[in-house]
Each structure stands twice: as structure tokens, then as C-alpha cells.
Design a protein around this ligand. Structure first.
Ligand SMILES: [Zn+2]
Length: 133
């Protein structure tokens, strides 16, 4: 596992856009059906917007109809961290980047086979790196 990245809020503010800061550091949520990566169907890797950690492959992306990019599995379980989130009166499982602690989204157990999981991730939390042909 690569070294963890620890930066202060001030340092993150310098390198992130205000929207990225709000979503990944203050655990915001982008409006559904607005994300830049929602309808992306190209082959490649989705990496953490804050630190470049490889998180999700296009092979596991599916159209969940939720309005957010959805994946049925991370690249590997040691790339992400799951935390119980009790905000807004709900009990949800929060998905975070294991390397830098960025808030990515939430995971639900109503996804497709083979995992039955649905990683519901903000576009803002991700950058897309297209496969080189
Ligand atoms: Zn990260």
C-alpha cells in the first residue's frame, strides 16, 4: 500500500477547485445527473481527483439510473476505505479514498452481479484516465 497522504485543509484548498474541496473534503454531494463522468463509456481508469489513486475501472461501471456514476466493485479493496455514515438520519456506508481520505460517495447492496454492490460515486471526486490504445 502506498504511503498515506496527509494535508491540512489549507493545503487542500490550494490544490483543489472549490467544488472538489466541498465534495471530497466536506463530504458534499453533487446534484444527480450533472456529473461530467455519468455518461462516460470510454475504457479506462477512474482515479481519485485529490491524489490520483486508482479506484475504479471502466469494466465495473454500470448505468444505475441514480444520476451518479456507479460501479459494482473497486479496483481493489485496499484502495478504498468504508466508514459508517449516520448523517441525515440515515445509516449509509461512506466510501473514501484510502490514500488521502477523500470522500467519494456511498456504497449500497442493491447493485448488479457478481458483487451485488453499487458504489455510488461523485464525478467531482474522480478523474478519468482513458486507456491508451
Ligand atoms: Zn485520494
Amino acid at each position: 500500500m502506498a504511503d498515506k497522504i496527509n494535508k491540512s485543509d489549507e493545503e487542500w484548498k490550494k490544490i483543489l477547485t472549490p467544488e472538489q474541496y466541498y465534495i471530497t473534503r466536506e463530504k458534499g454531494t453533487e446534484k444527480p445527473f450533472t456529473g461530467k463522468l455519468l455518461h462516460n463509456k470510454e475504457k479506462g481508469m477512474y482515479v481519485c481527483a485529490d491524489c490520483g489513486n486508482e479506484l475504479f475501472s471502466s469494466d465495473t461501471k454500470f448505468d444505475s439510473g441514480s444520476g451518479w456514476p456507479s460501479f459494482w466493485a473497486p479496483v481493489s479493496n485496499d484502495k478504498i476505505e468504508i466508514k459508517i455514515d449516520k448523517s441525515f438520519g440515515m445509516i449509509r456506508e461512506e466510501v473514501m479514498c484510502k490514500r488521502c481520505g477523500a470522500h467519494l460517495g456511498h456504497v449500497f447492496d442493491d447493485g448488479p452481479k457478481p458483487t451485488n454492490q453499487r458504489y455510488c460515486i461523485n464525478s467531482v471526486s474522480l478523474n478519468f484516465e482513458k486507456d491508451k490504445e
